[in-house]
Design a binder for this molecule. Structure first.
Ligand SMILES: Nc1ncnc2c1ncn2[C@@H]1O[C@H](COP(=O)(O)OP(=O)(O)OP(=O)(O)O)[C@@H](O)[C@H]1O
Ligand SMILES: [Mg+2]
Length: 325
């Protein structure tokens, strides 16, 4: 839907990421609303594992968000190199679960949790892209999650963007267009953790129809089938995330985080194991020719999504930064 640029905030002298809605899409009120909804969702959150929002605005018809710039690689880029070391699986699983705990406590359901929406930085995993996030109405003083109150029926898989590349991580209720709630994110989290631990997608098929059928009915092989060294308890945790019925899943991200932390304490610790740089150095030193080169990140543009059009090319990443952020 958007394009993300790396830019310089010259007033505060810091690097930022600017997510823009290109001019030709700025006309689309649904997408403009989605960007605003994303901004409101992020603004309500403040967590070390959630990408921070600095500002929102519009310049010459281009709507944009100014975000904390995250130096690192997305989990989807990392997964191209295969399975992650157990310690990293545990670390990132805990961090994302804690990010979700806060989001859910604030009544925000992410709804698009997937590896390309997680950036691995030197200070850990950061959750981003709340573009499909939905707010729940929480009862006063609840401080917790109210399940089953989210009217998400209006935004089923037929909504534009929902089917593009995110199908693999969608929970059965999302695919069916039923109500979604925090447990929907916990299903997606299970798919992500499964992939970190095995290097395999939990649900795979040749076609979209096959994939939907797999998510609705299939049970992925145990993690230990692919990676026997993974803790067997992680397998149980993930299987509980992947239950077809939300009632049978983890009910709260906070409970899941506690269990993951308990399991992490049983994992043998390598020296520097929590430092993602160690993982990167390992990969750099592995010079097997069949491995793809590290993806090149262009200087200005972090990433650009969608088909380039003449309007898109006129979007100047340095323009929005001229505003105060
Ligand atoms: N704050 C950031 N710092 C660094 N890179 C970022 C940042 N935000 C986004 N990116 C990069 O841009 C990509 C797209 O960002 P984002 O997911 O927010 O946009 P999107 O338009 O919703 O994308 P999609 O529809 O593919 O999910 C990310 O996968 C990441 O590579
Ligand atoms: Mg995204």
């Amino acid at each position: 839907m958007g394009e993300v640029y790396k830019a310089r905030d010259t007033r505060l002298n810091r690097t930022v990421a600017i997510k823009v809605l290109p001019k030709h899409l700025s006309e689309r009120t649904d997408l403009r609303r989605r960007l605003e909804r994303e901004a409101r969702a992020i603004a309500s959150l403040d967590h070390p594992h959630i990408c921070a929002l600095y500002d929102i605005g519009q310049e010459r018809g281009v709507s944009f968000l100014v975000l904390q710039y995250l130096e690192g690689e997305t989990l989807s880029q990392r997964l191209k190199y295969g399975v992650l070391p157990t310690e990293h699986v545990m670390r990132y699983a805990i961090e994302i679960t804690e990010a979700l705990t806060q989001a859910h406590r604030k009544g925000v359901v992410h709804r698009d949790l997937k590896p390309s929406n997680i950036i691995l930085t030197e200070t850990g995993a950061k959750l981003l892209d709340f573009g499909l996030a939905k707010r729940q109405v929480l009862p006063p003083f609840s401080g917790g999650i109210t399940v089953g109150h989210m009217a998400a029926k209006t935004e089923s898989i037929t909504e534009e963007g929902m089917l593009l590349g995110t199908l693999e991580y969608m929970a059965p209720e999302q695919l069916e267009g039923s109500e979604v709630d925090p447990r929907t994110d916990l299903f997606a989290l299970g798919v992500v953790v499964y992939e970190m631990a095995t290097g395999q997608r939990a649900f795979q098929a040749q076609s979209k129809a096959g994939l939907i059928a797999a998510i609705l009915t299939a049970h992925p092989p145990p993690i230990t089938t692919f990676q026997p060294q993974m803790p067997p308890e992680l397998e149980q945790v993930v299987q509980k995330c992947l239950k077809k019925s939300p009632q049978e899943r983890w009910q709260k991200a906070s409970d899941l985080a506690l269990e993951l932390k308990r399991i992490a304490r049983t994992v043998p610790v390598e020296e520097n194991f929590l430092d993602p740089r160690v993982d990167r150095l390992r990969r750099k030193s592995d010079s097997r020719p069949d491995r793809p080169a590290l993806p090149h990140i262009p200087d200005r543009k972090v990433s650009r999504l969608g088909t380039p059009t003449p309007e898109v090319r006129t979007v100047r990443p340095h323009k929005p930064q001229a505003r105060s952020v």
